[in-house]
Design a protein around this ligand. Structure first.
Ligand SMILES: [Mn+2]
Length: 358
C-alpha cells in the first residue's frame, strides 16, 4: 500500500470533491474533536481504500474557523494547511449526497435538524455522545463513552495496523488532551482508552504532554478580539422540539470576564437570539479560575418559560448559585439569569439530554 502523505491526501480529495464517495462529517458545533476526527478517520479509510474519494468536510463556514482558536493552533502544529480543507460553505451538500455517497458521522450519532433529509445516507458512526439509538445498521457503529472521539479514531488505526503519521498523531493527541483536560481524573472525562491512545501518540507530537496541553488550553480560552456574538457562536449547538427552538453555547470565559469584555452583553444575547429565532438560549461558560470552573447564563423569551426553566435547572445536579439577580431586558426582549455552576462536571453533552424541553 503506498504511503500517501496527509497533505497529498487532503489536496487530492479536495480537488476531486465533487466525486466523493464517502463524506466524513463532524457535529455542527465543529469543535476540534469533530474536525480532527473527520480528517484522521478519512485518512485511515483512504489508506485502506486508496481508490475511493474520501472527503472530510469541516461543518462550518471557512470564515468561522478562526473562532475555533484551539483548532487553529492544533492544525498549525500538525502542519495541516487550511487551503487543503473543504468547509461547509464551499460545497453544495445536497449535490455531494448523490446515489453513491455514504455519510460517516464523527463525534455525533444523530444528524443536525438541517441535515435530517440525509438520514438514509448515514453509513457509519464513531462517537462518544449518548447513543440516540438510530442507524442500527451503521457499520462500523462505534459509540463509547470515552473522553474524545479522537481516542476512538486512534483505536481504529491500531486495529487496522496502520502506523499513525505525525500530522494525524498531533491532531488526535491535541484533541484528546484538551477534551480530557490533560487526562485529569477529577474532571471526570478521561477513560483508560483515552490515556492509552494519547500515550501512544505523544512520542510523535512536536512537544511533550504538559506543554502541548497548556498551549492548546491557553488557545481554547483565548477570547482576544471576540465580540459577544462571536463568543456565543464559537461553539454552539441548536435543538428543535415540537414547539421550542433552543440553543446551547459553550463559551470559554466566566460571567465576570464577559462583563469586563462587553459591558452591554445582554444586547448581544438578544441579537443572537433574534437572528436565530430562538425561544431559549443557554450559555455554558467554562474557564480556569485557576482550576476548571463553570458559569451558566439562561435566556428565555418569556417570563413563564424563564421561571419554568430556572426551576428545572435548579433541580438538576448543577449546583447553581445565582451570581446576579435575574434581569428583565427591555420590554419584549426577554429574560436573563446568571449562575455559578458548582458542579463543573456538567457539560453540555451531559446537560442537554436532562433538560427535557418539550
Ligand atoms: Mn467530542
Amino acid at each position: 500500500m503506498p504511503n500517501i502523505s496527509v497533505h497529498t491526501y487532503l489536496a487530492a480529495v479536495k480537488a476531486d470533491r465533487k466525486s466523493a464517495t464517502m463524506v466524513m462529517l463532524g457535529n455542527e458545533s465543529a469543535d476540534l474533536d469533530s474536525m480532527a476526527s473527520s480528517i484522521a478517520y478519512g485518512y485511515l479509510l483512504y489508506r485502506q481504500s486508496p481508490g475511493e474519494t474520501i472527503l472530510p468536510v469541516m461543518p462550518i463556514p471557512r470564515a468561522d474557523f478562526k473562532l475555533r482558536t484551539e483548532a487553529v493552533y492544533v492544525f498549525r502544529e500538525a502542519g495541516i494547511s487550511l487551503d487543503s480543507l473543504v468547509f461547509f460553505d464551499e460545497l453544495e451538500f445536497g449535490e455531494l449526497m448523490n446515489a453513491d455517497t455514504s455519510l460517516f458521522l464523527l463525534d455525533h450519532n444523530i444528524l443536525a435538524p438541517s441535515l435530517e433529509q440525509y438520514n438514509a445516507k448515514v453509513f457509519a458512526i464513531i462517537d462518544h455522545h449518548r447513543d440516540e439509538g438510530f442507524f442500527s445498521k451503521a457499520e462500523p457503529r462505534i459509540i463509547h463513552d470515552v473522553g474524545s472521539t479522537a481516542s476512538l479514531v486512534g483505536m481504529e488505526y491500531h486495529k487496522a495496523g496502520i502506523q499513525i503519521p505525525r500530522e494525524i498523531a498531533t491532531l488526535l493527541a491535541g484533541t484528546i488532551l484538551l477534551d480530557t483536560v490533560n487526562l485529569d481524573e477529577r474532571v471526570g472525562r478521561v477513560t483508560t482508552t483515552d490515556s492509552v491512545v494519547v500515550r501512544g501518540l505523544l512520542p510523535l507530537c512536536p512537544m511533550g504532554r504538559e506543554e502541548f496541553f497548556n498551549r492548546v488550553q491557553r488557545e481554547k480560552f483565548n477570547v482576544e478580539g471576540l465580540s459577544t456574538i462571536d463568543l456565543l457562536r464559537k461553539d454552539y449547538k441548536e435543538f428543535q422540539t415540537e414547539s421550542i427552538r433552543y440553543g446551547i453555547s459553550s463559551a470559554r470565559l466566566s460571567i465576570k470576564q464577559w462583563g469586563a469584555l462587553d459591558s452591554n452583553l445582554s444586547s448581544g444575547f438578544v441579537r443572537f437570539v433574534e437572528t436565530r429565532n430562538l425561544d431559549i438560549l443557554l450559555s455554558m461558560n467554562s474557564f480556569a479560575d485557576p482550576c476548571f470552573a463553570r458559569d451558566l447564563i439562561v435566556y428565555t423569551k418569556t417570563k413563564e418559560a424563564h421561571d419554568l426553566l430556572c426551576h428545572r435547572l435548579r433541580e438538576l445536579p448543577l449546583e447553581l448559585i445565582p451570581v446576579e439577580a435575574a434581569r428583565q431586558l427591555p420590554e419584549g426582549k426577554g429574560f436573563l439569569s446568571f449562575y455559578h455552576q458548582g458542579n463543573s462536571r456538567m457539560s453540555r453533552k451531559k446537560l442537554q439530554p436532562l433538560l427535557d424541553l418539550k
